[in-house]
Design a binder for this molecule. Structure first.
Ligand SMILES: *Cc1c(COP(=O)(O)O)cnc(C)c1O
Length: 428
C-alpha cells in the first residue's frame, strides 16, 4: 500500500481503527467521563505525560481523539486538539503563545464574531489585536512590535469570499519570526492546505463544512509541528519550565508535539473548552463525505454566482471564482480546487431590498450559520455584523446593501429559481 494516502481515503480512515474491544467498525461514541487506571504506576505515568492515554474526558476522550487525528491528517499537521466551538479554538490557539500585554496582528477581513472576540473580549486577558488590511503587507509588517506573538487571518474570509495571499503572509511571518494562524473554516482542508503554504497553526469551526449538516458546534486547532518555539524567547509557556505543569519544558520534552500537548495538558485542563464525544461523532460522520460535498458546494456556488452577476437587479457579486473578482488570481496558489461556496452580492435597492429578499426566499434558510448542505442566506449588516460600526462592516465586506450566501449542495437550478422569484419581490 502506498505510504501517503489520498485525501478521500484519509477523510474516512484517518484516526479510526476497528474498536479493539468489540471490533466495532465505526468509531464508537465513548460516552464516559473517566477511565480506569491499570495500577498506580500507570496513573502516575499518564499524569507525567510519560505515557499517552486517557484520564478524564475534559482532557481527552477516544471519540474526540479520533476526530483530532483525522483533522490533523487532512491538514497535514503534526497534532490537533478539538474544542467546544470555533471561538474556543481561537482562544486555545492563542493561549500558549500569549501573555498579558501581548498582541496578535489580525486581518480586517474576518468572521464578525472573531472581530468582536479579538477587538473586545480578549482584552480581559490583557491581550489585544491590531487589525490590518492583509493586502497591504507593508502595513502588516509595520504593525508588528516587540509584544506581537502571532499573525491571524482566514484562508477564504467570511463573509465576502476574500482570499488571503497565504504564501505571501507566511513569508512575512517567517521573516519576523512569528507563528501564522489561519482560520480555514470556510475553505476546509479539501480546498486549502494552509500548513503546506507556510502556516504554523490552523483553526477550524468544525460547526461548518467539516460537520456539514448543521448539527453540532465544535472547533479544532491543528499544529504544523514546525515552528521553533525556543528560537526567540517570546513563547516561555512552551520553551521554558511551565509552572502550570510542574516545571515541564514542553518544547524541550516534546519537540514538534509541544503545542498539542500544552493545549491538552494545560489548555483543556484549565480552560475546559472541551468537545463532547457525541459532537465529535457527528463531525466524524460529516468528514467522511467532505471532498464530495465541497466539490458540489463549489460547482453550485460557481453557477449561482455567475447567474447573479449577469442579473440587472444585482449590483455586484464578490465570489472569487468569478474572473471579475480581484482575488480570482489567488485561487490557483491558495485554493486550487475552488473558491468555496460563500460569497456576498449587493442588491439594487439597498438595506430594505436585502431584508425583503431574505424574507421572500423559500429554499434558502435565513440563519446565522454557514457550511450546511442546505443553502443559507443572511443579511450580515442587520445580524452577525450588527454590532460593528458601518466602517467595520464595510471593511469586513458586510455593507448594508449586501447579503451573504452559503451555497448548499441542492440542485443549482432550484437555487437560481428561488433567488429569481425573491429578487423580483425585493426589487418590485
Ligand atoms: C463560525 C465561524 C467561527 C466561529 O465558530 P463557532 O463554532 O461558531 O464558535 C470562526 N471563524 C469562522 C470563519 C467561522 O465561520
Amino acid at each position: 500500500m502506498s505510504k501517503t494516502l489520498g485525501f478521500d481515503t484519509l477523510q474516512i480512515h484517518a484516526g479510526s481503527k476497528p474498536d479493539p474491544a468489540t471490533g466495532a467498525r465505526q468509531v464508537p461514541i465513548y460516552q464516559t467521563t473517566a477511565y480506569v487506571f491499570r495500577d498506580a504506576d500507570h496513573a502516575a505515568a499518564l499524569f507525567n505525560l510519560q505515557e499517552v492515554g486517557y484520564i478524564y474526558s475534559r482532557l481527552t476522550n477516544p471519540t474526540v481523539s479520533a476526530l483530532a487525528e483525522r483533522v490533523a491528517a487532512l491538514e497535514g499537521g503534526a497534532g490537533a486538539v478539538c474544542c467546544s466551538s470555533g471561538h474556543a479554538a481561537q482562544i486555545m490557539a492563542l493561549f500558549p503563545l500569549m501573555q498579558p500585554g501581548c498582541n496578535v496582528i489580525a486581518s480586517t477581513r474576518l468572521y464578525g464574531g472573531t472581530v468582536q472576540q479579538f477587538g473586545n473580549t480578549i482584552r480581559k486577558f490583557g491581550w489585544s489585536a491590531k487589525f490590518v488590511d492583509f493586502d497591504d503587507l507593508a502595513a502588516v509588517e509595520a504593525a508588528v512590535d516587540e509584544n506581537t506573538r502571532a499573525i491571524f487571518c482566514e484562508s477564504i474570509a467570511n463573509p465576502g469570499g476574500y482570499i488571503t495571499d497565504i504564501p505571501a503572509v507566511a513569508k512575512l511571518a517567517d521573516k519576523v519570526g512569528l507563528p501564522l494562524i489561519v482560520d480555514n473554516t470556510s475553505a476546509t482542508p479539501y480546498l486549502c492546505r494552509p500548513i503546506e503554504l507556510g502556516a504554523t497553526l490552523v483553526v477550524h469551526s468544525t460547526t461548518k463544512y467539516l460537520t456539514g449538516n448543521g448539527t453540532v458546534t465544535g472547533g479544532c486547532v491543528v499544529d504544523s509541528g514546525k515552528f521553533d518555539w525556543s528560537a526567540s524567547g517570546k513563547f516561555p509557556s512552551l520553551s521554558e519550565p511551565e509552572p502550570a505543569y510542574h516545571g515541564l519544558n514542553f518544547h524541550g520534552a516534546l519537540g514538534g508535539m509541544a503545542f498539542t500537548f500544552h493545549s491538552i495538558a494545560i489548555g483543556l485542563r484549565d480552560l475546559g473548552m472541551t468537545m463532547n464525544p457525541q459532537g465529535a461523532h457527528y463531525t466524524l460522520m460529516g468528514i467522511e463525505t467532505l471532498s464530495l460535498r465541497m466539490d458540489r458546494h463549489v460547482a453550485n456556488a460557481q453557477k449561482v454566482a455567475a447567474w447573479l452577476e449577469k442579473d440587472p437587479r444585482v449590483d455586484y457579486v464578490t465570489y472569487a471564482g468569478l474572473p471579475s473578482s480581484p482575488y480570482y488570481g489567488r485561487i490557483k496558489s491558495v485554493c486550487p480546487k475552488g473558491a468555496g461556496a460563500l460569497f456576498t452580492f449587493a442588491v439594487k435597492g439597498g438595506y430594505d431590498a436585502c431584508v425583503k429578499l431574505v424574507d421572500s426566499l423559500e429554499l434558502f434558510s435565513h440563519v446565522a450559520n454557514l457550511g450546511d448542505t442546505r443553502s443559507l442566506i443572511i443579511h450580515s449588516a442587520s445580524t452577525t455584523h450588527r454590532q460593528l460600526s458601518e466602517e467595520q462592516q464595510k471593511a469586513a465586506g458586510a455593507s448594508p446593501n449586501v447579503v451573504r450566501l452559503s451555497i448548499g449542495i441542492e440542485d443549482a437550478d432550484d437555487l437560481i429559481a428561488d433567488l429569481d422569484q425573491a429578487l423580483a419581490k425585493a426589487t418590485a
